[in-house]
Design a protein around this ligand. Structure first.
Ligand SMILES: C[S@@+](CC[C@H](N)C(=O)[O-])C[C@H]1O[C@@H](n2cnc3c(N)ncnc32)[C@H](O)[C@@H]1O
Length: 332
């Protein structure tokens, strides 16, 4: 199977799919979330399915070619506004789904260099789009400070300084080319008792490099704003699945800023900025124990979702068609 979907029902439920509506799956992958949206659309409306990985695009064509209400787009979700404008000018989406992890295919296809497992030695690549800067470029060219930042912030790895300094030492002899070479450096940077703990010693560093190679965290805040702007007001739903605490924190902070936009100093007894919430945010959800048992890759997932209420902080017209009015977030 190309990818085992995570929180399939919960993520699609959060979109409240309505027959005839316009939906976007920003991370098509193997197409399971998309297939569920299409099932609920029942042959009506339109689903735009985006992915940046050529392998995913080939898989999505295999699965959905012939379905008249599905359009597959090889692009990055950062460009969602332009994608909507070119396919359905003047329209906004009723629901947008993002599933930010890597696909099972990307992990399992050894040559892609996503995996730290001993039997999966491969060039250090990790590029979802199969073009641009690779993990090899990062490992061999970032400064010590940049490596520490990436490994500690994006990977939550407390041994980041030792790993970074060992990377610098090793690459001064010869470039680091493969996943196994990097795993050995990481293992040599950790005390014996850390190596005995549950979980692979290279997991956090690889997660950080996957994130940095694919600019996931660095583009996430702007991407969420672009998705939010692309939703119909009064109706549009955004459903986002993340797989690391760093990515989840970005989404949580962004969602909070839409739901509680007040900028009054805390010492003021009453609000004087009169900014109204842009969104109603739902409680976050994690996978059930049964799902984790079935698919251990679901372990770190968290789903956040919201409903867009209005476009601007001072707009109290609940106009469900969502097409008029200035787009305040666009101006930031
Ligand atoms: C976890 S998989 C999605 C799986 C999918 N929900 C399914 O049901 O099979 C994540 C996908 O997002 C894609 N992706 C990651 N970042 C992207 C971006 N910025 N733009 C478009 N696609 C992206 C990856 O290439 C990968 O195929």
């Amino acid at each position: 199977m190309y990818h085992i979907p995570v929180m399939l029902t919960e993520a699609v439920d959060a979109l409240d799919v309505t027959p005839g509506g316009l939906y976007v799956d920003c991370t098509g992958g193997g197409g399971s979330h998309s297939a569920e949206i299409l099932r609920r659309l029942g042959g009506t409306g339109l689903l735009i399915v985006i992915d940046r990985d050529p392998d995913a695009i080939a898989e999505l064509h295999k699965r959905f070619d012939g379905m008249t209400n599905a359009v597959i787009v090889h692009d990055e979700y950062e460009n969602i506004k332009d994608i909507l404008e070119s396919l359905v000018p003047g329209r906004r989406a009723d629901g947008i789904l993002v599933d930010i992890g890597s696909s099972s295919h990307q992990y399992d296809e050894v040559s892609r260099g996503f995996s730290y497992h001993a039997d999966a030695d491969a060039p250090l690549d990790m590029r979802m789009s199969q073009s641009g800067v690779s993990a090899r470029d990062i490992v061999n060219n970032y400064s010590y400070e940049q490596l520490v930042y990436v490994i500690s912030t994006l990977g939550d790895e407390k041994f980041a300084p030792r790993i970074a300094s060992n990377i610098i030492k090793r690459r001064s002899e010869a470039p680091i080319e493969t996943t196994t070479q990097l795993v050995d450096i990481i293992k040599a940077s950790k005390p014996q008792k850390e190596l005995k703990k549950r979980g692979h010693p290279a997991q956090k560093t690889f997660q950080a490099l996957r994130d940095e190679t694919n600019c996931i965290s660095s583009h996430l805040e702007a991407s969420v704003d672009a998705m939010f702007c692309s939703l119909n007001r009064g109706k549009g739903r955004l459903s986002i699945l993340t797989f690391s605490s760093h990515e989840d924190r970005i989404v949580k902070t962004k969602f909070r800023s839409y739901a509680s936009p007040c900028i009054c100093p805390p010492e003021l007894p009453v609000c004087v900025c009169h900014r109204m919430p842009l969104a109603a945010v739902n409680k976050s959800v994690t996978p059930s124990e049964a799902e984790i048992q079935n698919n251990p890759r679901a372990r770190s997932a968290r789903l956040r979702s919201l409903k867009k209420i209005r476009d601007t902080y001072f707009d109290d017209i609940d106009d469900a068609d969502g097409t008029d009015g200035p787009d305040r977030l666009d101006e930031r």
